[in-house]
Design a protein around this ligand. Structure first.
Ligand code: DC
Length: 224
């Protein structure tokens, strides 16, 4: 079973998807983290896109969700912290727009979710990667709310980051995510829209869990 949550940066997808995964006892897949890994590899290749596209398929990328953390290894090295750095955030939309990268990551994700129950979050999961997902959600929040959330999160690991930088980065990523040629961010027609601007975190988690238990788990006889 695959449940997807799409939405703009900072709309609360990842933290919500993780909490839902915990409550339902299912796996969590962070597709943004995989685009961040690709960006990390691109930066390691000195931003040389040709060289990067040659080495990307040779990389051994392993990921798992353990103790509320999405852990990623590249060739045996844990890069989970490195992929959250501002340098990666600043370049990720450029790398994510490369069709070769999207094809590579889509394959990786489709293979991973085959044998288990997953909730995944991203930008194009319901529209392009898993058009037949069991259930689709699309999360929204105002720009101010999203910037405030992302700022708080980033300040925990990097106290040099400013609110202005975060806002600028969000605007930039929003526009790149919506306008890229391959698989841009779109609201799937069959997705449940969850606007989180005025909701507490617990409220949005409960709303999503309730919809899942009505629509999917009961049909599949899975237990909450
Ligand atoms: O969710 P995040 O901020 O960690 O995602 C990082 C970037 O990855 C984001 O700017 C856009 C890209 N991305 C994408 O293009 N498609 C996805 N399914 C998920 C993320």
């Amino acid at each position: 079973m695959i449940i997807v949550i799409d939405g703009l940066s900072g709309s609360g997808k990842s933290s919500t998807a993780k909490a839902v995964a915990e409550k339902l006892g299912i796996q969590y897949l962070d597709s943004g983290a995989l685009y961040r890994v690709a960006t990390y590899i691109w930066l390691e290749a000195d931003k040389d896109t040709e060289k990067f596209l040659e080495i990307l398929p040779l990389k051994d990328i392993q990921f798992e969700y353990v103790d509320k953390d999405f852990i990623v290894h590249v060739d045996g090295v844990n890069v989970s912290n490195k992929i959250r750095k501002q340098k990666v955030s600043e370049h990720v939309s450029i790398v994510a727009a490369l069709p070769e990268v999207r094809i590579f990551i889509n394959k990786l994700m489709r293979k991973a979710v085959k044998d288990s129950n997953y909730i995944a979050d991203g930008r194009d999961l319901g529209s392009a990667v898993f058009p037949d997902a069991d259930l689709k959600f699309f999360m929204e929040a105002s720009l101010e709310v999203r910037a405030e959330r992302r700022f708080k999160e980033l300040r925990e690991s990097d106290d040099s980051v400013t609110f202005g930088q975060v806002m600028e980065n969000l605007l930039d990523r929003d526009s790149r995510d919506k306008s890229r040629k391959m698989d841009p961010l779109v609201k799937p027609e069959d997705a449940y829209i969850i606007d989180t601007s005025e909701k507490t975190f617990d409220e949005q988690v409960i709303e999503i869990c309730n919809i899942i238990s009505e629509k999917v788990l009961i049909n599949k006889n899975l237990e909450l």
